[in-house]
Write a protein that binds this ligand. Structure first.
Ligand code: UT7
Length: 331
C-alpha cells in the first residue's frame, strides 16, 4: 500500500491595518527604537482595534484568504484546528465559530492552546489525522489578538507582541512530500517564567486581580530568553541529525518570531546562511500562534516543491519543538 504523508497544499493570512511602531511605543513607555531594534529585531507590529472583535475575526479573515487563493470549497474541510492563546471567550469554542463563519458546514473543530507552540503542535495533530487516513482536509489556523492580554504600561512585554493570523491546509500526499518527522517537548518549569496570573481556575477574576493588573502577560524575559535559545537550537539540530540532513540539505528555517537573536542562535547552530532563514519579525513582532503560517505566506513564492523546511518554535509552558516538512507545491 502507498504510504500517505500529510502535505501543506495552501496557505492564507490576515493582518490588521493599524500599525504600532517603535516610535509610537516611545510615547507610551520609557523605551526607544534603538533599544527595541537591537534587542529584538522588531520595528513595528499590527494591532486589531475593531471594537468587539477577537481572535476569531483574525482567523476567519485568514481562512477566507486561503479559500480565495486556493479555490477550496469550505464544505470539504473535515476538521478545523484553531491554534490560539487568546480565544474569543474562556468557554465557547472559538474554532466552532470560525468554522461556521467560513462555511465549513461538514467540519468539526476545536481550539488548541500551547502558547507560542500552538501552531507547531497543530501541524503535528493535523498530520496525524491525515496519515491515519481518518480525514482528508484539515485546516490549521493560527490566530492571536495579543494586544488583548498585553499591558501597555509594561515596557518589557508591550514592545514584543502583535496581532495577526495565518493558516495552512493539510491534505494527503502520495509522493512522500509533507511532514517527515517531529521532535516536540514540554517542561512545566516554564510557567513561573511566562504566565498570566489571574483569570484561570487558580485565581479567578476579581476586583483585586484587575486592580493589581494580573490579567496581563508577565514574563521573566532573561530566563525565557535563555531557555528559548538553548532549546530551540537543540531541537532544530536534533531533527537534522535524526534525518541525516546537513546544512546544505536544509532549504529554509521557519522559526517562531519572538526575538531575532533567538532565531539567529538557532540558525547558527544549524549552520545555515541568513538567506535560508525566513524572517518577518521586524514588521509583525511576536504574533504567537500566527508567526509560522505568516512566514509561509510571506515567502510562499520562493518555496519550491521538494524544498526541505525545518519549523521550530518555543513558548510558554515551556513548550517547544521542531518539525521537518517537505514543501509540496510551486506557486
Ligand atoms: O514567544 C514567547 C517566548 N518569549 C520570548 O522568547 C522572549 C524572550 N526574551 C526576550 O526576547 C528578551 O529577554 C527581552 C526582549 C524581553 C528583553 O531583552 P534583554 O536583552 O533580555 O533585556 P533585559 O531584560 O536583560 O534588560 C536589560 C535592560 C534592563 O535595564 P538594567 O536593569 O540593565 O538597567 C531593563 O530594565 O534593559 C531594560 N529594558 C528596557 N529598556 C528600554 C527592558 N525593557 C526595555 C525596553 N526599553 N522596552
Amino acid at each position: 500500500m502507498q504510504k500517505v504523508t500529510a502535505a501543506i497544499t495552501a496557505t492564507g493570512h490576515y493582518l490588521p491595518e493599524d500599525i504600532l511602531s517603535n516610535k509610537d511605543l516611545e510615547k507610551m513607555v520609557e523605551t526607544n527604537d534603538e533599544w527595541i531594534t537591537t534587542r529584538t529585531g522588531i520595528k513595528e507590529r499590527r494591532i486589531l482595534r475593531k471594537e468587539g472583535e477577537g481572535a476569531s475575526y483574525l482567523g476567519i479573515k485568514a481562512a477566507e484568504n486561503l479559500i480565495d487563493k486556493s479555490g477550496l470549497d469550505p464544505k470539504e474541510i473535515d476538521l478545523l484546528i484553531l491554534a490560539t492563546a487568546t480565544p474569543d471567550m474562556p468557554v465557547a469554542s472559538t474554532a466552532a465559530y470560525v468554522a461556521s463563519e467560513i462555511g465549513a458546514k461538514n467540519a468539526f473543530s476545536y481550539d488548541l492552546q500551547s502558547a507560542c507552540s500552538s501552531f507547531l503542535y497543530g501541524m503535528s495533530t493535523a498530520a496525524s489525522y491525515i496519515e491515519s487516513g481518518r480525514y482528508k482536509k484539515v485546516l490549521v489556523v493560527g490566530a492571536d489578538k495579543m494586544s488583548s492580554i498585553i499591558d501597555y504600561k509594561d515596557r518589557t512585554t508591550c514592545i514584543i507582541f502583535g496581532d495577526g493570523a495565518g493558516c495552512a491546509l493539510f491534505e494527503p500526499n502520495y509522493e512522500g512530500l509533507g511532514l517527515q518527522d517531529e521532535y516536540l517537548r514540554t517542561d512545566g518549569i516554564g510557567r513561573k517564567f511566562l504566565k498570566i496570573d489571574a483569570g484561570g481556575s487558580i485565581l479567578p477574576a476579581s476586583e483585586e486581580t484587575v486592580a493589581k493588573r494580573l490579567h496581563f502577560v508577565e514574563q521573566d524575559g532573561k530566563n525565557v530568553f535563555k531557555f528559548a535559545v538553548s532549546n530551540m537550537a537543540h531541537v532544530s539540530a536534533k531533527i537534522m541529525e535524526r534525518n541525516k540532513l546537513t546544512s546544505d540539505d536544509v532549504d529554509w528555517l521557519v522559526a517562531h518570531q519572538a526575538n531575532k537573536r533567538i532565531i539567529d542562535a538557532t540558525s547558527r547552530r544549524m549552520g545555515l546562511a541568513d538567506e535560508k532563514v525566513l524572517m518577518n519579525i521586524e514588521r509583525y513582532g511576536n504574533t504567537t500562534s500566527a508567526t509560522l503560517p505568516l512566514l509561509l505566506t510571506d515567502y510562499e513564492k520562493q518555496l519550491k516543491k521538494g524544498d526541505n523546511l525545518i519549523f521550530a518554535a518555543f513558548g510558554g509552558g515551556f513548550s517547544w519543538g521542531s518539525i521537518y516538512l517537505k514543501w509540496a507545491y510551486n506557486s
